[in-house]
Design a protein around this ligand. Sequence first.
Ligand SMILES: Nc1ncnc2c1ncn2[C@@H]1O[C@H](COP(=O)(O)OP(=O)(O)OP(=O)(O)O)[C@@H](O)[C@H]1O
Length: 711
Amino acid sequence: MPQLAFAQSFWDGYDMLEKPVRAGVRKAMGKFQALSAAELNADKGLHLESVNNARDPRMRTIRITDFWRGVVLAPDDGSDVFLLVNVLPHDDAYTWAAKRLYSANSATRALEVRDAVALDELTPLYETAARNAPELLFADVSDGTLRTLGIDDQVLRAARSLADKAQLDAFATLLPEDQLEVLHYLAEGFGPEDVYRDVVAVRRPADAPGEPVEDLATVIANTPARIRLVTSPDELAEMLEKPFDAWRVFLHPSQRRVAYRTSYGGPVQVTGGPGTGKTVAALHRVKHLLSRREDSRVLLTTYTNALAAGLRQMLGLLLDEDEELLRRVDVTTVDAYANGVVRAKSGTVPRPVGDREQRQLWEKAVKQLDLPFTAQFLAQEYRHVVLGQDLRDLGSYLGASRRGRGTGLGHARRREVWSGVERFEQLLRDRGETTHPRMCIRAAELLSGDPAPYAHVVVDEAQDLHPSQWRVLRAAVSPGPDDLFVTGDPHQRIYDSRVSLGSLGIVTVGRSFRLRVNYRSTEEILSWSARLLTPVTIGALEGEGTDSLAGYRSLLHGRRPRVQEYATRQEETEGLVDHVRALLDEGLAPHEIGVCARFNLSLDAAEKKLTGAGIPVLRVKGQTAQKTEGVRLATMHAMKGLEFRAVSVLGVDEGAVPFAREITPREVDPLQHEADVLRERCLLFVACTRARETLSVTWNGAPSPFLVGTV
Ligand SMILES: Nc1ncnc2c1ncn2[C@@H]1O[C@H](COP(=O)(O)OP(=O)(O)OP(=O)(O)O)[C@@H](O)[C@H]1O
């Protein structure tokens, strides 16, 4: 009996197919599971036939409905896996199939597809242009090196004709997947050894024979990133009936490598720009960890309650709602976890106060003691130095390093600060309250005496965690193999936390990985958003050195961001209504559209106008009922971790982004000033990178200084 496999190219369009076509797919695929190869060939309804003038002699079409055809790659080497690669209207199916050539990559051994006809047509044109080009894109890389990296004759010729990255992008949809990725890496300036390690080695099977003479079934088995083999009728039915979430099945090799490595010697760090699938990798890691021991418990944390609710839902999907597995995972925020620990272990109910109350208490302390500091300065000193290092007494504070703080403080001044700290804490105690970091420090203390409650801790959105939160996480799992798996993106730091993970007992040296392919946004949105960060340097996630977006890219293409200035707020909001209406007319559902601004006040105005125009809206605050229909309205902070098909960022004005009140004056503390401005810049970056297909950025009056160089 033959076997059946589905290529990602099929799934890309499957959810868009109408019901009768899907039913046709199910019926046709059922035959591949029920009939022998000879019976398949003879089946009248299926009508398995070869394609005239096909570049690939293995190409077949099958009948799905009167108008729709499936394109199937049929084995011709005695192996038995049939691969469904696409479902298209009749004529398109034949044209598509005739041009495509499937081949095994000589280095990765995976199955790839190219548009062989278009490549043959275009390459000579580019070759002619290349003769006059001042420079060629791959001039520094030898043919031998390219071949070692899996580049074959046809692709080599095309690659040699390319003058720049834009031309490589123009070829992108024609080139075989793994070879394209190799060329992308080389074009970004990565050396051949890095490319071999990051692109080839992660795909190439460990037991690949020296010579790539493998049958189609083996090559298909070598391609888990893009092909799924179906083993039973039940599996087939389930796959075709549920909405297909590609992230559950097809992992990029770099995601698979980090998520499914059997075991790590200690903490692991996975970084990557927005939308590179870090959350997906974290979820798959949880799945893997659960499969390793039957009784182990896992803590999975993220930054907000809303994100935790989303993660819980995704984990349910990934684990097929297996109650027993799900019971072994706690999905929560670090603060909520710490709160629970303090309640359970000390019998007291912590009452952490918010930022505004803290600010008032600091003001009170300053006034009562007549201190020569602002409340803002003391609050920052307390957060970064005192709580950051968990300093408990004046002696420790006098001797502490104040790295990252931009003003020197002699002993006399430090004593004054410390008196403020003591007064602030006394005021809190008097009210029976605490702060979130204090609560976390307490939780870490309470955990440290007992056996650690979890075998593994997986941390998503790690970039904004405060040292006190890391202390809780460190205490929740014993140091050792597979203790911590941390994902985050320092380019998305939007809260004021500085950590040195090493100093907190979380050392990831030798276990740090980076994801570079964005699955969320189009290249147009990505490259525009990335320009917001061009002028700045971003500190690394672990607190030492810097990070970068080198090699970060998307495989998706679409329209350029809409960047629009308005004279007044009123006009801007009216422009928003027109834009949203146009998106709805294009067929987007209201909940697929996100509108965000720096302040709730701007959102109030947008809400009023949208509602007035009969467009349903929903404010995203904390936990949002996912099912309620309505355009999502959120502050930039609340956009963290979310994504929408279309995002409108409103009010990107000089006075709002950065928000002056959140910026420490340079004269008060120059380092803090820089950090505050950077944080606001990252906030705009986070907001813009939530968009999948359409991004609109608008302002009224003078634009934000962060837009310089992007418009
Ligand atoms: N292997 C994959 N195949 C298909 N889609 C994927 C894959 N990995 C991730 N995605 C999709 O890409 C989008 C971004 O993924 P994810 O949220 O994991 O990225 P992230 O790196 O955590 O993003 P951010 O840092 O911006 O929050 C999601 O829609 C996710 O479903």
